[in-house]
Design a protein around this ligand. Structure first.
Ligand code: FAD
Length: 353
């Protein structure tokens, strides 16, 4: 199984790296603290223009602590994490959960309902059935009987959150319901670290957790942060087109990085699963990029919009005034489409020399 996370390439860093020579004097003007690390089975990069108090070590610690705290709540890969324990609870009686997990579940369900349940966190059993969960190791598609059986556990109506003045509870309407919050993990991480950096008084920084990024202010060159939307048609990481982030969150969901090829049929299956059919997406839309005020919101929408495909994703974006871009691959051609309000992010990047 080939797994490399999607990432909008932070052009600012690349640009900075590319012109390192002349940047040394400039960098002295715009000192940068840059750290890289691993979290959520993927990677992150944090850039702070003007430098971070305490340097790389302090910034790395803040980043790791922030992401680890989220992993402790929503990971299904760590058996000690709260959500992993929820998934091991096989009963329909209410199960007490933290306020924070309750809120994350409710808000992800809300975003899923906005797109007809295409983002559905009860896909957990399907994710495992297709081998994209903790157990991995799949080189053959499950049988249609297995998929139909597993679909009985999937649907936003298969569980609910109940809260009283003090506590929150998850109620499973089938004891084998399993939740999967992987689709929002990176967005939650990017938002949480941004909040911390703002609380500490920083105004110019970029946080990227694989396919989710948030940025504010300017980069080392004193210019607006730019991101590259990846070309999903090439195995190597290549920028298809650059955009400015303009102090917004940008996330991309794609079917081209996390997939496996069925040994018998040669069919390629990606990790974006349609909760209605139980099958991974198989249409021509390879990636969906969403821009919004919160990386959580974009991340909760991008996977479901990828499941729905480019036409419906762009229609949703126009109707809800959410900037969205899609990349499709058909008859050997790469087709980029975007909502009208996405144009300013592309134009801005074009104007930055
Ligand atoms: P996104 O599009 O953002 O999310 C895709 C993921 O969402 C799929 O992998 C699947 O899990 C789920 N999904 C698929 N279809 C749907 C749907 N229709 N609705 C809702 N959800 C759907 N991976 C490891 O290999 N090792 C680890 O230790 C590890 N730890 C993790 C810890 C945390 C806290 C999280 C959140 C994820 C972890 N992962 C780990 C998973 C891994 O990083 C995921 O592949 C990644 O989160 C998916 O992000 P993405 O941007 O690639 O895809």
């Amino acid at each position: 199984m080939l797994k490399r996370s999607i990432a909008a390439i932070a052009l600012s860093c690349v640009a900075a790296l590319a012109v390192t020579g002349c940047n040394d004097e400039k960098r002295n003007e715009h000192k940068m603290t840059v750290v890289h690390g691993k979290t959520m089975g993927t990677f992150y990069t944090v850039n702070v223009t003007g430098g971070f108090k305490g340097g790389e070590e302090a910034l790395k610690k803040l980043s790791d602590d922030t992401f680890n705290r989220i992993c402790d709540i929503i990971s299904t890969f760590d058996k000690n994490a709260e959500l992993a324990k929820v998934n091991e609870y096989h009963d329909t009686k209410p199960y007490e959960i933290s306020r924070e997990l309750g809120k994350i579940i409710q808000e992800t369900v809300y975003q899923g309902r906005r797109i007809d349940g295409a983002t559905d966190i009860s896909v957990g059993p399907l994710v495992n059935l297709w081998g994209f969960g903790k157990d991995k190791k799949k080189n053959q598609a499950p049988t249609s009987e297995e998929i139909q059986e597993t679909l009985k556990l999937v649907g936003l109506d298969k569980f609910e959150i109940r809260t009283d003045s003090e506590k929150s509870y998850l109620v499973k309407h089938n004891e084998n319901v399993r939740l999967d919050l992987a689709t929002v993990g990176e967005g939650l991480g990017a938002d949480a670290l941004c909040r911390k950096l703002i609380e500490l008084g920083y105004t110019d920084f970029m946080v990227s957790v694989a396919g989710a990024s948030r940025s504010y202010g300017v980069n080392s060159k004193g210019l607006k942060w730019r991101l590259g939307v990846e070309d999903p048609t090439t195995p190597e990481r290549k920028v298809l087109f650059p955009i400015c982030a303009l102090d917004k969150a940008v996330t991309t969901a794609g079917s081209y990085r996390n997939f496996f090829k069925d040994d018998k049929t040669g069919t390629v299956y990606s990790h974006a699963i349609d909760p209605k059919t139980g099958y991974p997406v198989s249409h021509h839309t390879l990636s969906v990029t969403v821009i919004s005020d919160s990386a959580f919101e974009s991340d909760a929408l991008d996977t479901g919009l990828l499941v729905l495909g480019a036409d419906k994703a762009l229609e949703f974006g126009e109707k809800n005034n959410i900037p969205i871009a899609t990349v499709e691959y058909e008859n050997g051609k790469t087709v980029i489409r975007h909502t009208n309000n996405f144009k300013k992010y592309i134009d801005c990047a074009k104007n930055i020399k």
